[in-house]
Design a protein around this ligand. Structure first.
Ligand SMILES: Cc1ncc(C[n+]2csc(CCOP(=O)(O)OP(=O)(O)O)c2C)c(N)n1
Ligand SMILES: [Mg+2]
Length: 195
């Protein structure tokens, strides 16, 4: 990521980014600290770190890229894989009897007191990308104001592992992901009454 953004960065072991970010933010409270995590990372490997960091209300921002697969390792099922979705580990499609249901992280985290902002946006067209940009800005602004943990989930295609062409992938986000993972703001704290 640090090849693309002019920021200081540290690589955490998979799933552990919120724990590492907790330490960095506590030592450098004036720095804007965020994690950048996939769905396999955040909703499976790092479930404990995600939930407890959010529950502690650490004043960091979590950027969550939900592409419904473990992309980097070749497209295995992730906690957010849709029912019926074929992956290398669910060749007949995800079945809730064996694999459970896709987890809606933004809604789940919104229930925790420590979370100041939880939203889901999408990357499937230019208009939605602009909205996503606003959500990220809002999250950082709330962090600057010290309001608690801010969480931005971004729906994203994974053309390589979905094995689809770019336009088809964007269409799938709109037609298949958004009906299960609705866009919107699930929590937005106003004021600092929790402090
Ligand atoms: C503790 C740990 N377990 C497993 C791996 C292997 N691994 C690397 S990337 C990856 C999948 C990542 O999937 P996701 O977080 O959804 O990110 P994506 O590639 O889809 O953006 C896995 C399992 C690892 N690096 N560390
Ligand atoms: Mg992924």
């Amino acid at each position: 990521m640090y090849d693309y953004f002019a920021i200081d960065a540290i690589e955490a072991p998979h799933g552990r980014a919120p724990a590492v970010a907790t330490g960095i933010k506590r030592v450098h409270p004036k720095k804007i600290v965020f994690t950048y995590q996939g769905d396999g990372d955040l909703a499976s490997i790092g479930t404990a770190e995600t939930i407890h960091t959010a529950n502690r209300g650490e004043n960091i921002t979590i950027i969550f890229i939900n592409n419904t697969v473990y992309g980097m390792t070749g497209g295995q099922m992730a906690p957010t894989t849709l029912l019926g979705q074929q992956t290398t580990t669910t060749p007949y499609g995800r079945n809730f009897r064996n694999d459970g249901y896709p987890i809606r992280m933004a809604e789940m985290l919104a229930t925790l007191e420590g979370v100041a902002y939880s939203t889901r946006v999408s990357m499937h067209n230019a208009k939605e990308v602009l909205k996503a940009k606003k959500a990220v800005r809002r999250a950082f602004q709330m962090q600057i104001e010290g309001m608690g943990l801010t969480f931005v989930e971004l729906l994203s295609a994974c053309h390589t592992n979905w094995r689809v062409k770019p336009l088809e992938g964007q269409k799938r986000v709109e037609e298949e992901l958004i009906p299960y993972f609705p866009l919107g703001v699930f929590k937005e704290r106003k004021g600092k009454d929790f402090l």
